[in-house]
Write a protein that binds this ligand. Structure first.
Ligand code: NAD
Length: 700
């Protein structure tokens, strides 16, 4: 049973009981309906209280059912709500902790609502590319007023029950409970007090008016258009649905809501957002590391190296209230690192994002040392020193000497072999890669690099730590570049070919940014530092001389145009500014290089640019997936969404490829392979990709 039924005196209590958040899946709806029917049939029952067990009233629909036959199997949520609304005895919703989506819509179908303080109330469907689909757009404006309701529906953000209860004239809550613990008692008393009421109040019967409806909806539409720039259809549809509530009869508004909901369900944006919702939750699952794997206790952290990454990494732990000790070789380096952390926090204080006392509290958790002995009691140590295997070797040998048994030893290396690093110690089971992204205090992504010997308890522990510091952790196997950078290398190679064939950096960046990336490849190169890619290419020229590369980026680096940090790269930058200004010398350099290669530049369409870049990611990802470096395609999508600025509404490269059609992807690759200036080898479909096409399957 996923809803419980009990009778106390004249009151029946139906308790949603489907952990963790009482999602309204089919079994729960069926059990609820049975309870409601029982209560109506029982003459001794005079009123009903509806509530949720555990840590939620209800988190809403069961997203796993979306698009499946179960979602529409009776009792459908709409019909369940309608049965409540038309019940002959009063139904009181006792709301606590979380009332979201379908959960809130169910409560809106009840005759009365009583809420515990601090309950999170939301209609978050817009975040999945949808509108509320069980009456939310029609009922919420009737109880809250059009403007507050529309704000909630368009933003999807939760609002505390106490705040909502203060809105003038609100009819969402008939009563606020004194506390969460007294909610049920007060709800029972309330139910008793309304026994025999006739007719019963129904939200659908309330008026829905706005004094300046046309102007208000026009204004809202302009606002939303400005924010979504045509990329997300759902917010505009939220406005349309709420506007319907002010213009149409209730049942007509409901029918229109359903139609909009159903149409949105299969848009690429909604599919992408639903995919990411599930993908986000899947990242933490490791097939051979069950949820009950024992974890190590992480109470304190040490960070080796107080440079760009060491400082940012430390801030994550300070923010989570975990003490950090930073180690450097020289006092000046420590002072410099400390000053940067201090400055970053000060900036947050200035912007009003961090309170002064919180700032002081965080800084008080931070200490520094030049002596490894001082680190020995740390539960987790993260190394972020120079990217040289020799330096890492020194550090890990030293750590092996001093750290207490059971401490986790992590490296933030971007490219080096985590297995080799593990074997600098006598305890490879305790070694793991924790690949943060720059700026480490901001970027959500954390690649957790699992070495051949990394212990399962270490994996379980660091995945938990990642959650604590609010990162999206994705597990990667050991390979050059791990998931994200291994893919981006192919993307950068392809960007080089595009330049050689006739594109300007601006044209490529513009096309990619129009597609939705936060930044095109050349602006990204300037931001990260073109010298980093140069160093990698120099290594590749030796290791893999058979690989074709465009030399344009090398020529750029030979001129010292390393990017933003030196004020010039593919573009010029004014001091203290990030605007990319095209540079004539760079264009001439590119043209001259083309001429030496005998290439007559051709006009390349934005579609071709985007496809060549995105499919170069996809093909490498197919290798990564088949080699088991990534456990699932959706993990790769999460890497690109949270670490590389891939457009959210496209769901990540793998989801994009699935929606584009893998057959079409491979066809395009064959076409690109014919291009004399591209690299036919580059466009050989990965075996997994070819197989999926042959079998008519998708990545996800
Ligand atoms: P950085 O040069 O800014 O900082 C490195 C720091 O380590 C310096 O302060 C240096 O004094 C210190 N250091 C060097 N050797 C040391 C030793 N033996 N003991 C103690 N301290 C020592 O470099 P960074 O950008 O912070 O990179 C650090 C690591 O993080 C590298 O492995 C790098 O590949 C990786 N990484 C960097 C980025 C990035 O974007 N910068 C992103 C992800 C990972």
């Amino acid at each position: 049973m996923s809803a419980d039924y009990a009778v106390h005196g004249e009151i029946a209590v139906i308790t949603l009981n489907n952990p963790p958040v009482n999602g309204l899946g089919l079994a729960t709806r069926q059990a609820f309906m049975q309870g409601l029917n029982k209560a109506m049939a029982d003459d001794a029952v005079k009123a009903v209280v509806v509530t949720g067990a555990g840590k939620a009233f209800s988190g809403g629909a069961d997203i796993k059912e979306f698009g499946s036959p179960k979602a529409i199997q009776e009792p459908h949520l709409l019909n369940l709500i309608s049965a409540i609304e038309n019940a002959s005895k009063p139904v009181v919703a006792a709301i606590h902790t979380v009332a979201m989506g379908g959960g809130l819509e169910l409560a809106l179908g009840c005759h009365y609502r009583i809420a515990a303080p601090s309950t999170d109330v939301a209609l978050p469907e817009v975040k999945l590319g949808l509108i509320p689909g069980a009456g939310g757009t029609q009922r919420l404006p009737r109880v809250l007023g059009v403007e507050p309701a529309l704000n909630m529906i368009v933003s999807g953000e939760p609002i505390k029950s106490d705040m909502l209860a203060m809105l003038p004239g609100q009819k969402l809550f008939d009563q606020m409970a004194t506390s969460a613990s007294s909610l049920m008692e007060e709800a029972m008393a309330f139910a008793q007090s309304v026994v025999g009421t006739s007719p019963l109040p129904r939200v659908r019967d309330l008026p829905c008016k706005h004094p300046n409806a046309d102007a208000f909806f026009k204004f809202s539409t302009n606002m939303v258009n400005g924010m979504t720039k045509g990329k997300y259809p759902a917010p505009l549809k939220c406005i349309e649905a709420v506007q319907n509530a002010t213009k149409m009869k209730f049942d007509d508004g409901m029918a229109a809501e359903r139609e909009i909901f159903t149409n949105l369900m299969w848009t690429p944006e909604c599919r992408a957002l639903r995919h990411l919702f599930v993908a986000q939750r899947a990242t933490s699952k490791i097939a051979d590391v069950p949820a009950d794997t024992p974890v190590r206790n992480i109470q304190s952290v040490a960070v080796i190296g107080a440079g760009t990454m060491g400082g940012g990494i430390s801030m994550n732990f300070l923010n989570a209230g975990i003490p950090v000790k930073m180690l450097e070789m020289k006092q000046e380096a420590l002072d410099k690192g400390l000053a940067i952390i201090d400055k970053n926090y000060q900036a947050q204080v200035k912007k009003g994002k961090l309170k002064e006392d919180k700032f002081q509290q965080r800084m008080s958790l931070l200490s520094t040392t030049l002596n490894y002995e001082d680190l020995k009691d740390a539960d987790l140590v993260i190394e972020a020193v120079f990217e040289e295997l020799g330096v890492k070797e020194q550090v890990f040998k030293k750590l092996d000497e001093v750290m207490k048994p059971g401490a986790i030893l992590a490296s933030n290396t971007s490219t080096l072999d985590v297995n080799a690093i593990a074997h600098f110690t006598q305890r490879p089971q305790d070694v793991v890669g924790l690949h943060f992204f720059s700026p480490a205090n901001v970027m959500k992504l954390l690649e957790v690099v699992r070495g051949a010997a990394t212990g399962k308890d270490v994996m379980a522990t660091v995945m938990g730590v990642a959650k604590k510091i609010k990162k999206t952790a994705v597990v990667s196997g050991v390979c050059d570049g791990f998931i994200g950078n291994r893919m981006i290398e192919q993307y950068s190679r392809q960007a080089g070919f595009l330049i050689e064939e006739g594109c300007t950096p601006q044209q490529v960046d513009r096309a990619v940014e129009k597609f939705g990336f936060a930044m095109g490849p050349f602006r990204m190169g300037d931001l990260a530092g073109n010298d980093i890619g140069w160093a990698i290419r120099k290594r590749r020229y030796v290791e893999k001389p058979e690989l074709k590369y465009s030399k344009t980026a090398d020529l750029l680096c030979e001129q010292g145009r390393f990017g933003q940090k030196v004020g010039k790269g593919w573009y010029d930058y004014l001091p203290g500014k990030r605007d990319a200004i095209p540079n004539k010398d760079v264009e001439d350099m590119i043209a001259k290089h083309r001429a030496t290669l005998g290439i007559t530049p051709r006009k390349i369409s934005d579609d071709e640019i985007v496809q060549r870049l995105v499919f170069s990611l996809v093909n490498e990802a197919a290798f990564i997936l088949e080699e088991g470096i990534a456990a699932r395609a959706s993990d790769i999508d999460m890497v690109y969404i949270t670490g590389y600025g891939f457009p959210i509404y496209r769901g990540g490269p793998m989801m994009y490829a699935d929606q584009f059609g893998l057959f079409n992807v491979v066809q395009a690759m064959h076409r690109f392979a014919q291009n004399p200036h591209d690299d036919a080898q580059f466009w050989q479909p990965a075996p997994l990709l070819a197989r999926l096409v042959a079998e008519g399957k998708t990545f996800n």
